[in-house]
Design a binder for this molecule. Sequence first.
Ligand SMILES: C[S@@+](CC[C@H](N)C(=O)[O-])C[C@H]1O[C@@H](n2cnc3c(N)ncnc32)[C@H](O)[C@@H]1O
Length: 270
Amino acid sequence: MTQSQDYLLGVNRQELERLQFQQSVWGHVTEKFFDRLHLQSNWKCLDAGAGPGLVAMDLRERLGKGCEITALEPSEFYLKWFQAESEKRGWTNIRFIQGTAETADLPSQYYDFIFSRWVIGFVPDPEKFLAGLIRSLRPGGIIALQDYIYEGLSLFPSGGAFDRMPDAVRAYWRTGGGDPYIASRIPMMFKKHGIQQIDFTPNCLAGGNTSNVMEWAHRFFITHTQMMVDKGVMTQREGDAMLNDWLAHRDNTDTLFLSPIVVDVSGKRL
Ligand SMILES: C[S@@+](CC[C@H](N)C(=O)[O-])C[C@H]1O[C@@H](n2cnc3c(N)ncnc32)[C@H](O)[C@@H]1O
């Protein structure tokens, strides 16, 4: 995938709003990951596949005016949005690069910290994606990724049509050339590219029918179930049954929802 329009989840205002809500639900997980990495206030940081810069903004707030934050993102729409937000805040230490990790002309051995959340799982050649980033990391610098091992997604009481949703989502990911188990391959790729692993921490969020985590999943399923049908991952009948089961659980105060596993993976360049 070299063009943002090929990217499975699309780029538009509705997706931007979904990403903002997603950040409100998962941001604390990323914050804890950053706490463990002891980021320094004078570091040069790259957020690869920054989207509208939601994590980059948190990084800027965490590290202050002495750091340098670069957002690498193929979508002009997201970059412009982030640029406008940075201007509103009077931030002068944010850089913007429009492009992909595979093709952008990133400076060699430059960054102290490279972060990427929910991107490597979508790209058709994850090793190429990672190699592009590692080249621009200084020796001793840290690379940190958050992505799926798409297991764990579950809805209780179980036994309904939604039980087949994990398989459907995994198939959907693959239609876009991605890997729903990408986090499991990162340690192997780190080893091959001279990165010493620091962390491998799985995260799963859970909640009831009115929880934020269930609302987060809802905003995905309500749009993407039909897209899964349209891409031939399942029949219209199966898609409708899954969505109806999901909606019934949204009205059930005994519901328990578990998110898929998001793994924090980090390492240091040797
Ligand atoms: C699910 S969004 C995640 C955005 C952001 N990282 C976050 O966690 O809020 C994935 C982003 O990756 C971008 N993207 C897709 N392929 C990419 C690539 N090869 N290199 C860099 N970014 C890419 C997309 O345009 C999109 O903005």
